[in-house]
Design a binder for this molecule. Structure first.
Ligand SMILES: [Zn+2]
Length: 151
């Protein structure tokens, strides 16, 4: 187990639709795209609402609270940077403010800690987590990472 970000982890490559998500993340804000007409949140970001087909969108700020909807514990074979820190956890977090939106990520001990900084045996489906923002790789883009809520 290490306490530094993980060299070799991939950095996000924002596209036009997703660029605002990463711009807000760099400011420490978790925002989800939502339809400006019917209000339905959508993820991943895209131009058209799958619910009402409107092209009007807005970026709605989330509290950052959520629950572990599912998780896996990856083992090699993995990309080299990931194999170095395996086993670690990879979680799907269901957002408290938008329960149909689930974000993939990693539960860590502190915002800048390594992907393997929390023993996967500590994780449970339904456990409360909250978002923090830090690069997963040294010098990388701030990404949402997840801390276990106490008690
Ligand atoms: Zn809509």
């Amino acid at each position: 187990m290490t306490t530094e970000p993980s060299p070799g982890f991939l950095d996000p490559v924002p596209d036009e639709d997703g660029a605002p998500f990463w711009a807000y993340a760099a400011r420490g804000e978790l925002r989800v795209q939502a339809c400006a007409d019917c209000g339905e949140p959508r993820f991943p970001p895209r131009p058209c609402c799958p619910h009402c087909h409107s092209f009007s969108g807005e970026w709605r700020r989330m509290s950052g609270r959520g629950r572990i909807w599912s998780f896996v514990v990856p083992h090699p074979p993995l990309l080299p940077g990931y194999a170095e820190v395996a086993p670690y956890n990879a979680v799907l977090v269901e957002l408290a403010d938008a329960p149909r939106i689930r974000l993939a990520g990693n539960v860590v001990a502190t915002p800048g800690a390594a992907a393997n900084s929390v023993d996967p045996a500590r994780l449970r489906i339904g456990a409360a987590v909250r978002a923090v923002f830090a690069p997963a790789a040294p010098g990388g883009t701030p990404v949402p990472r997840w801390l276990l809520e106490r008690g």
